[in-house]
Design a protein around this ligand. Sequence first.
Ligand SMILES: *[C@@H]1O[C@H](CO)[C@@H](O)[C@H](O)[C@H]1NC(C)=O
Length: 207
Amino acid sequence: MFLQILFTLSFLFSSSNALDFCVGDLNAPQGPAGYSCKKTEEVTVNDFIFSGFRAAGNTSNLVKLAITLASSTIFPGLNGLGISVSRIDFDVGGLGLMHTHPEATEILVVIQGTICAGFISSTNKVYIKTLEEGDVMVFPQGLMHFLTNVGESQALAFASYSSASPGVYFMDYAWFANDLPTDMLQETTFLDPDQIKKLKGLLGGTD
Ligand SMILES: *[C@@H]1O[C@H](CO)[C@@H](O)[C@H](O)[C@H]1NC(C)=O
């Protein structure tokens, strides 16, 4: 009887250890709930550490902005924990184009510079504000939002997301970076064809 209780207790303790985390096995397929768990004996402290924020991202691009996202795809310790984080570097004039994270609420912390940020609710109301260093703004899950560096120097922010793999859906890329026909876009957006062709050219879409 005593041995049986001891056995049951040790089983309970060892099985509760297994629930502490589920470090992603990046070689296994990813499903909607994330990756399968790496074997506990193969997990090391490095699975819980991401060093990709040490250096600024490369902002030599169209939008003068770099987002380095630490999601479960490259930071396996996040798998199953419902959280991720990004470093956002803005050059002067840097733009975070209109986008949504369908799976996640975002919380933004401004570390350096002056960032104008906003989101649009599902009743089409705009919530917009110029943020200073130390300010924090939340973008509720799924809502379209944007960020622009309105200061005269570079800016830096960090953002956290309520998903280990938040996903991002940029409106301009969804509309203009593919082969959705110009006449269909015109009909479904009221934009004129010249504007559509110009944006397709800028973002790599075709007619
Ligand atoms: C930054 O990106 C640009 C454009 O892709 C590239 O030409 C440049 O070499 C990159 N700079 C660094 C430091 O990686």
